[in-house]
Ligand binder design. Structure first.
Ligand SMILES: [Fe+2]
Length: 434
């Protein structure tokens, strides 16, 4: 969804005769000037008379979410989309059935869940972008029913981790096991639902310690069942272990966990940022940048981050972006060798496809437009965006984030972080511990 946003602008920067591409509103929300209309001396006088020194530029989405969905899905055969959606629904249903069995202390059967994990492997191999598009459209987790939230998150985690494993060219059995661990790892939370829904920062030390055992308890519940291997049980236990040993429950480092765990850990973090059970989500491109920062600090596996950006791109499939000419588009497919320049489709009814890798156009920002003072007088979006991008974030150790030769230029990555800096600086969102 295109993000509604606003920026303050000093009134002394407004010039008679210039037009603005956004609504100009007073600090208390009153419309002063409609987008596209010229600034007049009368308006400037009114601002002075009313003592408004910093009116607000307001950008509202020009397109409805349904238009983004239509533009995104127009890229894929409807039958393929339908099959992936059916697999997602089947996965959610199978996880909910397992949770019901656990709650009622009934016999646990894993055959339907295994079938779902197998379907995800098939879908991921067939078309990664279509799979991710469905994930983007069906990624909502929060639900008044804890079982629904758990099932939604488990299905999302399984599908994304399966895609990442497939792109890593894992054997199908390995991708299957990673996907299966994703579907199962949170199952014990249904027996302690307050652990899942309660605010993490409100838990006392005892509750925190208990919560941090949920992956072990999930593995204990499943241990000994037919169709679940030791490696799947190990990955279930290790989903929340982090590369630098700061995770839980055992504080293992990346060298001590199963192959596949690092994928699950990063996928879980990405999904928790973009679709949390509680609290505000952040836009997918900001989540990727957030994970870049924490990978640079050693929190996540660099290889897993490469896989995530290869599969999703720096502007994840399904996310809204604004191009340099202020047109709005949706990312429909990542370019695996150029994660900063995905394929997009305009939200304009033409749904024109643009491969940004070979186009002069570029993404100016995720969600909303970039606005700089000089745009108010002469609209030069390319120059404006280039100015902004030329200032590198000085504190970000991106050289430690990606392996040499496996990512496009550092400068391009910095662009993405600059896009995100406004929200990263203000958000108090932490990677959810779930
Ligand atoms: Fe978890």
């Amino acid at each position: 969804m295109t993000v509604e946003s606003q920026w303050g602008i000093p009134s002394d920067k407004l010039r008679n005769g210039a037009s603005i591409h956004f609504d100009l509103v007073s600090p208390d929300g009153q419309l002063l000037l409609k987008a596209g209309e010229p600034i007049t001396n009368r308006l400037l006088e009114q601002l002075r008379e009313r003592g408004i020194q910093s009116p607000v530029l307001h950008h509202a989405p020009r397109f409805r979410p349904e238009q983004k969905t239509a533009a995104l899905l127009s890229n894929f055969p409807p039958e393929m989309v339908r099959q992936i959606q059916a697999s997602m629904e089947s996965a959610r249903t199978s996880v909910k059935s397992l949770l019901t069995s656990l709650t009622n202390k009934e016999e646990i059967r894993l055959d339907v869940i295994q079938m779902s994990a197998g379907q995800f492997v098939v879908q991921a191999k067939r078309d990664v972008a279509a799979t991710l598009a469905v994930l983007a459209l069906n990624g909502k987790v929060a639900d008044s029913e804890v079982a629904n939230s758990l099932a939604n998150h488990s299905a999302n985690l399984s599908l994304l981790a399966t895609v990442m494993s497939t792109l890593q060219k894992d054997e199908p059995i390995q991708s299957f096991e990673i996907g299966l661990a994703g579907l199962l790892h949170d199952c014990s939370l249904i027996l302690n639902d307050e652990w899942y829904t309660g605010q993490a920062n409100s838990r006392d030390e005892t509750a925190r310690k208990r919560y941090r055992r949920h992956s072990i308890e999930s593995a204990d519940l499943l241990n000994g069942l037919s169709g679940i291997s030791k490696s799947v049980l190990a990955m279930i236990q290790e989903v929340h272990e982090q590369a630098d040993g700061s995770g839980y429950p055992r504080g293992l480092t990346i060298s001590q966990v199963k192959p596949g765990t690092e994928i699950l850990n990063l996928a879980d973090a990405y999904l928790s940022l973009t679709s949390p059970v509680q609290g505000r989500s952040i836009v997918p491109a900001d989540a990727i940048s957030y994970l870049c920062l924490h990978t640079a600090q050693g929190k996540f596996s660099r290889d897993a981050l490469q896989l995530l950006t290869t599969s999703l791109s720096m502007y994840p499939v399904g996310s809204g972006v604004e191009l340099d000419d202020l047109s709005e588009a949706v990312v429909v497919r990542g370019n695996s060798d150029a994660p900063m320049t995905p394929l997009v489709r305009l939200l304009h009814p033409s749904h024109q496809e643009i491969d940004l890798r070979v186009s002069d156009r570029f993404i100016s920002r995720p969600g909303g437009p970039i606005v700089k003072e000089n745009q108010l007088h002469h609209h030069e979006p390319k120059k404006c965006a280039a100015d902004l991008h030329s200032k590198p974030p000085s504190t970000i150790g991106l050289r430690t984030c990606f392996r040499p030769g496996r990512m496009t230029s550092l400068r391009r990555l910095r662009r993405s972080l600059l896009h995100s800096s406004h929200s990263l600086a203000t958000t108090s969102h932490q990677v959810k511990i779930s």
